[in-house]
Design a protein around this ligand. Structure first.
Ligand SMILES: [Zn+2]
Length: 362
């Protein structure tokens, strides 16, 4: 039922990080930069907050990361000479590479077990995987402007990475995401996203799965299937509804712009979609992103966050959460006391208003 995923061309960069090119006719060249080799032992650690059980990643080496390089030094533009960029090739469609400044190191030594010596101080090596995903070689492009077949390729690239990373037993959660816009803190303007393979389940995922399990125990049904059916029946917050995909503003939206996108058929992750479903999801995803950019006079800063689970997980429904911190043409929402101190969001806009504003620019 599911489709064939693309096979990347694989190579190594000067410091032995892995690079993958997808759907390419271009040869991968040699990275001639004199980069120092990565340390053999991971430099990142994960500590568990003894009060909340949340994990905190400590990655001090990231302070050195690239910060707004001049355009001709863009590390994500292709460079056939292999002298100035992360991608030693004449061109590419989609490139994936291990992050040079990772929050989680890929283990080159046996994975150490979680230390149980002291229940208050639990620390382990921060192994996992951090990847940069370059959506296109066009420095000035954006995901919303990708042609149909290129956006579909991106869905397949995320699926291929998800399958490969979930096959690793030291990775508990695969998170594909895009931060777009300087207002979000993006330091490289070239269109790109990231993938984190965490060695633990994040708090948000634990909360989602716990709520879904509680709903199943109480109602004998899947939470997300019920939620999708309820949104469709109600209709006031639905933005796009196609044969295979539905996009809506969630009932309890936390952000001044927020849209969730679900496939109509219950799947756990992007690898399980059929060809038609993957094409449709790519179209709806870009439709929503284009509406985002049409809201105000300038491109909307946004975060796109994909929720995916292993195929045999007891709970979980593939979905994308897209949201923005922009609350008006000239104002941003900051995470202040209630949000940062208590994780209790205050939204100045009702979800129904957000849906009406987005529908007006669809
Ligand atoms: Zn670039």
């Amino acid at each position: 039922m599911s489709r064939v995923l693309p096979t990347p061309v694989r190579g190594r960069l000067a410091d032995d990080r892995e690079i993958l090119l997808f759907d390419t006719d271009t040869e991968l060249g040699v990275d001639r930069r004199g980069l120092p080799l990565r340390p053999a032992l991971p430099t990142t650690t994960v500590r568990r907050d003894p009060r909340t059980g949340d994990h905190v990643i400590l990655a001090p080496a990231r302070q050195e990361r690239t910060y707004f390089p001049p355009r001709q030094m863009c590390p994500l533009c292709p460079d056939p000479e292999g002298l100035s960029s992360e991608i030693p090739a004449a061109d590419y469609r989609v490139a994936v590479l291990e992050n040079r400044f990772p929050s989680l190191d890929t283990p080159q030594v046996p994975y150490p077990a979680d230390s149980q010596e002291n229940s208050l101080r639990r620390e382990r090596t921060g192994t996992g995987r951090c990847e940069v995903v370059c959506f296109s070689s066009d420095h000035d492009g954006s995901f919303a402007e990708l042609p149909d077949d290129h956006a579909r390729l991106m869905i397949d690239v995320w699926a291929q990475r998800t399958a490969e990373l979930y096959s690793r037993d030291d990775i508990a959660e695969v998170f594909c995401f895009e931060n777009r816009g300087t207002e979000i803190g993006v330091t490289l303007p070239h269109p790109h996203g990231q993938i984190y393979g965490y060695p633990f389940r994040t708090r948000r995922t634990r909360a989602l799965l716990r709520t879904a399990a509680e709903y199943r125990a109480e109602h004998g049904a899947d939470l997300f299937e019920a939620l999708l059916a309820a949104e469709i029946a109600d209709g006031t917050r639905v933005l796009v509804r196609t044969a295979h995909t539905t996009a809506f503003v969630p009932y309890a939206a936390r952000w001044p712009v927020e849209v969730h996108i679900l496939p109509n058929r219950h799947v756990r992750n992007l690898t399980e979609l059929t060809d038609d479903e993957a094409d449709d999801l790519a179209r709806v995803y870009r439709t929503v992103l284009r509406a985002f950019d049409a809201l105000y006079a300038r491109p909307l800063p946004y975060i796109a966050s994909w929720h995916q689970y292993r195929a045999d997980a007891a709970e979980g429904y593939l979905h994308a959460e897209l949201f923005s911190i922009r609350r008006s043409a000239d104002k941003l929402k900051f995470l202040a006391g209630s949000e940062s101190g208590r994780d209790a969001f205050v939204n100045d806009k009702t979800p129904e208003t957000i849906a009406a504003e987005l529908r007006a620019v669809l």
